[in-house]
Design a protein around this ligand. Structure first.
Ligand code: SF4
Length: 78
């Protein structure tokens, strides 16, 4: 799957589902504490968009933000 295809699939799903991360600055923060990371992870674990979000983050090689249970930076995902 290409990043464009993954984005289209995620975007289609977002038209019908508002994820719990929407509007939460933690998901776009440059740094997270261990507690903040655990909170984000627990939110993602219950998200119906998890697989689509994960597929987009991986195929697009995102370098920032928190996507589907992982933090991303120019150094990679953790
Ligand atoms: S899986 Fe993606 S869309 Fe869902 S809460 Fe986590 S970051 Fe947001």
């Amino acid at each position: 799957m290409s990043a464009d295809d993954a984005w289209d699939a995620l975007n289609d799903a977002l038209a019908h589902t508002t994820p719990a991360c929407e509007g939460r600055v933690l998901f776009t923060a440059d740094r997270l504490s261990d507690d903040q990371r655990a909170l984000c992870k627990s939110i993602c674990a219950r998200c119906p968009l998890f697989d689509l979000c994960d597929a987009y983050a991986i195929t697009a090689k995102v370098e920032s933000g928190y996507w589907a249970g992982h933090s991303y930076s120019p150094k990679g995902r953790k």
